[in-house]
Ligand binder design. Structure first.
Ligand code: MF3
Ligand code: CO
Ligand code: CO
Length: 269
C-alpha cells in the first residue's frame, strides 16, 4: 500500500506515513508534559498570565516552539479559558477565584510536527454542576476518539459526541471545531463535534487530527469579544473543553497527547 501513503484524499486530507507517527508522538508528548506541570499552578489568587508565563518558559526549555505565538497575531503560548469563556481566552492579570474552572490549551512544534492538546483545571473544588460539565465533556471526547477508525466517517465522530452530550442535557458548541494537523497547525478536515452517522469524509489509516469538543451547560451559541479572540457563551453559562491530537491506525486510534502522568482528567479530592 506504499504508493497510497503521503497522498491527499479528495477532501484534501493528508494521509501520513507510518514513520510520521513518531514525530507526532514526540510533539504530542511535549504538549502533554507541559499540561501535566500546570496543575499545581492553578489555585485561587493566581492569574492566567502567570500560568502562561511558565508555559512560555517550559516550551523554550524543552527545545520546542510555540505554535500560537505569532499565529494570526496571537501573542501567547497558551489559551486559557475561564468559566463561561468557550475557547481562545487570552492570558491576563485577572485573578482566579475559588471554584473557577478553566481550560488550558497548548500547541507546540517539535521537529516540524504539531502537538495540540487542552484540558480542564479547577481552582479549588468546583460546584457540582461544573464537575458534571467537566466529566461529560471529557467522556464526550473519549467517545469521539473511540470512533476514529478506518471506514467510519467524521460524522460518526460528531454524532457520538453530540448524542452523548445532549442526552446529558448539555449542548455542543457549533462555532468551533477540531482540525487536521501534522506538519501544519490547521489543515482539512474541519472535525465537527456534532453530526449524522455516516456523513462526512471516510476515515483512513494515516490521518492525523484533533478532536476538541466544547460543551456548554446552557445554550450552544457563542460570541467573540472585542479583543477578536475570546469566545464566550452568549447566555453566560459555563463551558468546558478537552482536546487530544490523534492518529488513525488499522486498529485502536493512537492518542499523541496522552498525559505521561495520567493526569488528563483534573483531580481536586
Ligand atoms: N490550540 C487551538 C486549537 O485547538 C488554537 C489556538 S490559536 C490561538 O486549535 F492563536 F488562539 F492560540
Ligand atoms: Co486544536
Ligand atoms: Co488546541
Amino acid at each position: 500500500m506504499k504508493e497510497l501513503r503521503g497522498r491527499m484524499t479528495k477532501e484534501g486530507i493528508r494521509i501520513y506515513e507510518d514513520a510520521d507517527f513518531a514525530g507526532m508522538h514526540k510533539a504530542g508528548r511535549v504538549a502533554a508534559e507541559i499540561l501535566d506541570a500546570m496543575a499545581p499552578l492553578v489555585f485561587p489568587g493566581t492569574t492566567t498570565e502567570e500560568i502562561d508565563r511558565v508555559i512560555t518558559q517550559m516550551v523554550d526549555d524543552m527545545g520546542a516552539i510555540s505554535a500560537t505565538i505569532g499565529y494570526r497575531g496571537y501573542q501567547h503560548a497558551s489559551c486559557i479559558s475561564v468559566n463561561h469563556v468557550v475557547c481562545h481566552g487570552i492570558p491576563s492579570r485577572k485573578i482566579l477565584q475559588q471554584g473557577d474552572i478553566l481550560n488550558i490549551d497548548v500547541t507546540v512544534i517539535v521537529d516540524g510536527w504539531f502537538g495540540d492538546t487542552s484540558r480542564m483545571y479547577v481552582a479549588g473544588p468546583p460546584a457540582r454542576k461544573a464537575e458534571r460539565l467537566i466529566q461529560v465533556t471529557h467522556d464526550a471526547l473519549m467517545r469521539g476518539i473511540e470512533m476514529a477508525r478506518p471506514g467510519n466517517t467524521f460524522g460518526d465522530i460528531g454524532h457520538a459526541i453530540q448524542s452523548y452530550v445532549e442526552a446529558e442535557r448539555m449542548s455542543v458548541v457549533r462555532d468551533f471545531c477540531g482540525h487536521g494537523l501534522g506538519r501544519v497547525f490547521h489543515a482539512p478536515p474541519n472535525v465537527l463535534h456534532y453530526g449524522r452517522p455516516g456523513s462526512g469524509p471516510v476515515l483512513e489509516e494515516g490521518m492525523f487530527f484533533t478532536i476538541e469538543p466544547m460543551v456548554n451547560l446552557g445554550r450552544p451559541e457563542t460570541k467573540v469579544l472585542a479583543d477578536d479572540w475570546t469566545a464566550v457563551t452568549r447566555d453566560k453559562s459555563l463551558s468546558a473543553q478537552f482536546e487530544h491530537s490523534i492518529g488513525v491506525t488499522a486498529s485502536e486510534p493512537e492518542i499523541f497527547t496522552l498525559s505521561p502522568k495520567g493526569a488528563f482528567y483534573p483531580s481536586w479530592h
